[in-house]
Write a protein that binds this ligand. Structure first.
Ligand code: UD1
Ligand code: UDP
Length: 382
């Protein structure tokens, strides 16, 4: 029996973990035993437990309850806690997702005590080291033994950084195996789409109609923490809602909600609060989120995961970042990088609205079975 320890912590990791937990439960329960460790990086019910309950992930075996803190303090607490658990449990693999501080802490803790790291979402790069996530990903990839890249771009980035496509098992951190395997988030969107359609009431609850609203999310630190960027984004959202008379639903990350009063210019804050087309809500559950993505007209976001889900559900997307790791979406012409530039956001909205019916979404995120592939590779190399 292969013993793996999965690290979750932030919202998107809990969601990604659902795909592999499901594959283990359905296909590999006689060969893989999964132990789940929650770092507690996200802790509000709407950022954590709601996903564990809704997506059928087993309750975590451990919760470190680290919570919010500076990067150093948060990461250090996680390294200490994860190391203790790994020393006790001695898994065959540590499985990590994405690029958060939980990912970084786990990769450091495991690699130092020679527990092989399997990294899901390997190879993604923004080439912008002012992003905490870029540092987390690079470090994690370079101590990993198995690297699973969701896209050809991610796989090629690994080759550019000196990883070899020719390495053969047995794999080690000095002789790692790299794999292009598709995206576990795509697996999830396919799996949960019908369930969401059946169970989610989010459209009626918010009085939203098919293809007649925009879905927006904002949480990147460089947007929330810089008043001029946050204000430019909200000015653009306010104009779009007013000019097109289209509802914009904003399920807001707690980081952003807490900073609206402090970092948004007073004038725009007042406009947003009185604009009947702008609906700000707490974060929604995953089933609600994919129901919104499936039925919206357009997505405006700085989230990595939401950019991809917009693509899965064939929705144009305005990307509120200076660059993206999901280059394929921009290459397909369905996503436009607008950064936090008010006029580019407005122009992008016009462009994507005009050409919406002509956009194509070639399948670039795999076949919906990335999780099974990843489990298979871990088993072969366990
Ligand atoms: C983290 C990840 C980011 C990811 C995002 C997903 C890092 C460096 N960043 O960013 O890559 O895109 O998660 O959502 O790991 N807060 C709450 N309740 C919670 C969680 C957070 O109120 O349950 C608030 C706190 O004020 C906290 C702030 O959000 O200080 C930021 O949380 P943190 O986990 O540090 O980073 P995120 O911005 O969530
Ligand atoms: N998500 C959600 N509810 C929300 C906002 C996002 O369920 O209110 C989901 C979304 O569908 C995607 C994931 O959270 O699967 C993306 O996480 P987030 O935007 O927090 O982080 P990122 O992907 O940018 O790291």
């Amino acid at each position: 029996m292969l013993k793996i320890t999965t690290i979750i912590g932030a919202r998107p990791q809990i969601i990604k973990a659902a795909a592999i937990s499901r594959a283990i439960r359905n296909r590999f329960s006689d060969r893989i035993r999964e132990l789940i460790v929650h770092t507690g990086q996200h802790y509000d019910n709407s950022m954590s437990q709601v996903f564990i309950d809704e997506l059928g992930i087993p309750q975590p075996d451990y919760n470190l309850n680290i919570g919010s803190a500076s990067h150093g303090k948060q990461t250090a607490g996680m390294i200490t806690g994860i190391e203790e658990i790994l020393e006790k449990e001695k898994p065959d693999y540590l499985l990590v997702y994405g690029d958060t501080n939980s990912t970084l802490a786990a990769a450091i803790a495991a690699s130092k005590i020679h527990i092989p790291v399997a990294h899901v979402e390997a190879g993604l790069r923004s080439f912008n080291k002012s992003m905490p996530e870029e540092i987390n990903r690079i470090v994690c990839d370079h101590v990993s033994t198995l690297l699973f890249s969701p896209t050809p771009t991610g796989y090629n980035n690994l080759l550019e950084e000196g990883f070899s496509a020719n390495n053969k098992a047995p794999f080690t951190p000095d002789h790692p195996g790299i794999f292009h395997c598709g995206d576990v988030m795509y697996d999830n969107s396919l799996f949960f789409k019908e369930i969401a359609a059946e169970k989610s009431q989010v459209l009626t609850e918010n009085n939203l109609h098919d293809k007649n609203f925009i879905l927006a999310t904002i949480h990147r630190n460089n947007n929330t923490d810089q008043p001029e960027r946050l204000s430019a984004i909200f000015r653009a959202l306010n104009s779009i809602a007013a000019n097109y008379r289209i509802p914009i639903l904003l399920p807001l990350h707690p980081r952003t909600s807490k900073l609206l009063d402090k970092n948004l210019e007073k004038e725009i804050l007042d406009k947003i609060r009185t604009n009947p087309f702008i609906q700000i809500t707490p974060p929604v559950s995953f089933l609600d989120m994919i129901q919104l993505e499936n039925h919206c007209q357009m997505v405006i976001t700085d989230s990595g995961g939401v950019q991809k889900e917009a693509y899965f559900f064939k929705k144009p997307c305005i990307i509120l970042r200076p660059e993206t790791e999901w280059k394929e979406i921009v290459d397909a012409g369905t996503g436009i990088i607008a950064d936090a530039n008010e006029s580019i956001i407005l122009e992008s909205c016009q462009q994507l609205t005009e050409k919406s019916s002509m956009l194509n979404y070639p399948p670039i995120f795999g076949d919906g079975a990335a999780a099974e592939f990843i489990c298979g590779v871990m088993l072969e190399n366990g």
